[in-house]
Design a binder for this molecule. Sequence first.
Ligand SMILES: Cc1cc2nc3c(=O)[nH]c(=O)nc-3n(C[C@H](O)[C@H](O)[C@H](O)COP(=O)(O)OP(=O)(O)OC[C@H]3O[C@@H](n4cnc5c(N)ncnc54)[C@H](O)[C@@H]3O)c2cc1C
Ligand code: FES
Length: 275
Amino acid sequence: MKVLNKEVLTENQGVRVVKLIILAPDIARKAKAGQFVVLMVKEEGERIPLTIVNTDIVKGTITIIAQEAGFTTKLLARAAEGESLYSIVGPLGHPTEIKKYGKVILVGGGVGIAEIYPVAKAMKQAGNFVTAIIGSRSKELLILERELKEACDELIVMTDDGSYGRKGFVTEALKELLEKSKQDLVYAVGPIPMMKAVSMVTKPFGVHTLVSLNALMVDGTGMCGCCRVSVGGKVKFSCVDGPEFEASEVDWQELQKRNSVYNEKEKHICQLKKL
Ligand SMILES: Cc1cc2nc3c(=O)[nH]c(=O)nc-3n(C[C@H](O)[C@H](O)[C@H](O)COP(=O)(O)OP(=O)(O)OC[C@H]3O[C@@H](n4cnc5c(N)ncnc54)[C@H](O)[C@@H]3O)c2cc1C
Ligand code: FES
């Protein structure tokens, strides 16, 4: 659980994203694309879920990429090389179903770009034609462009302000691709409004669309109910039933509401702890 390496990927416009390489040989050996860990930075802290972005079985390491959102991600970003995290559990969640679909589009927004990277590599390895569409508010906030260029057949970069790649949202490029040719799978990770928009774009095309949900989690074992989401009118727990679900079936409004419950409280904690 020792942090072997820490790198700041971006620090701009109030957004700070860090990459940590952590010694966790058992997790590295078992992890598959789409899975995540739940970690605690300190004993008195909370548990947070983070995607396993990469593994190195030989070195026994996993890579995680975290955007500072609140108390725990800020603590994590301050962990020094050589320091040990208090606890880390994983791999959790169902792995992504990797097979030959044909043409696969992966859509990543913000730190969601980190989460599509392992899926891109696995989908490519399974013989798919993989297109990644990645988007950020501006050039400075874009992560893993080089890595995704290597992993995919095609990479489209979008920025909200047009400072790099094409100006506009990832959904614009997605719609154009769907209009141009038949696609077999769309896989999206990003902020809830982005995943909801992807779902609305793909629906008329009838293309199988998966989203990896970022529901709030506590125990990660299906016991506490914190990550409850409504999918296809049924109650699901993101940690054990997901984190991936068919996009058109997700109750986005409920998810957004549940995920913002602690916003004000978290701001308060960060101010108290001077983070
Ligand atoms: C399966 C899974 C994989 C994830 N992978 C990554 C990843 O690879 N990299 C990454 O940066 N983040 C990832 N997240 C989101 C990450 O868990 C949250 O950003 C983190 O829990 C925030 O903790 P915090 O204490 O720093 O922030 P908090 O203080 O708890 O929250 C700060 C803000 O973030 C929102 N928030 C809190 N938790 C979540 C959450 N789980 N999802 C969305 N918004 C949240 C709050 O509503 C609030 O607005 C993942 C979430 C899940 C469920
Ligand atoms: S995090 Fe507790 S049930 Fe999923």
